[in-house]
Design a binder for this molecule. Structure first.
Ligand code: RB5
Length: 151
């Protein structure tokens, strides 16, 4: 499996760590930047690129990281068919997939310890969407996108 991953400077270190961890799980990461933690960059630039690719179907899943995860979630959820979930523990990581079928995982690089972030990513990747009543709810969210002429 290949997934897209991106961060700003606030998420750079965690991105690098997660990439290495995901490789050990047999997952290849397509890294969309940023490529160093020194230079201050604007999180929308990286969030937009990844979210567009998930929205267009180029990638099935993506991981976004900024300082808190808040900015990246706001950006990602502007894109049709992107369901981005900002999670902070393994419970929210599992729910994000089982109930929300989140296709973008968002983590705060300055709020989440490395080991926990690894567990969060693993939990989200291994969880399965439950469908049923949760699909009905996602269909209602999709209707909002159509209402605004989004895809
Ligand atoms: C950058 O300093 C910081 O604002 C960004 O990483 C993120 O936390 C925004 O939500």
């Amino acid at each position: 499996m290949t997934i897209a991953i991106a961060s700003d400077h606030g998420g750079f270190e965690l991105k690098e760590d997660l990439k290495a961890f995901l490789e050990t799980m047999g997952i290849t990461c397509s890294d969309l930047g940023t490529f160093n933690g020194e230079e201050s960059v604007d999180y929308p630039d990286f969030g937009i690129e990844l979210s567009r690719k998930v929205s267009d179907g180029e990638f099935e899943k993506g991981i976004l990281i900024c300082g808190t995860g808040i900015g990246m979630s706001i950006v990602a959820n502007k894109f049709p068919k992107v369901r981005a979930a900002l999670v902070w523990d393994t419970f929210t990581a599992r729910m994000a997939k089982e109930h929300n079928d989140a296709n973008v995982l968002v983590i705060g690089g300055r709020t989440t310890a490395r080991e926990l972030a690894r567990e969060i990513a693993k939990t989200w990747l291994e969880a399965r969407f439950e469908g049923g009543r949760h699909q009905r709810r996602l269909d209602k969210i999709r209707e909002i996108e159509k209402m605004w002429g989004m895809g």
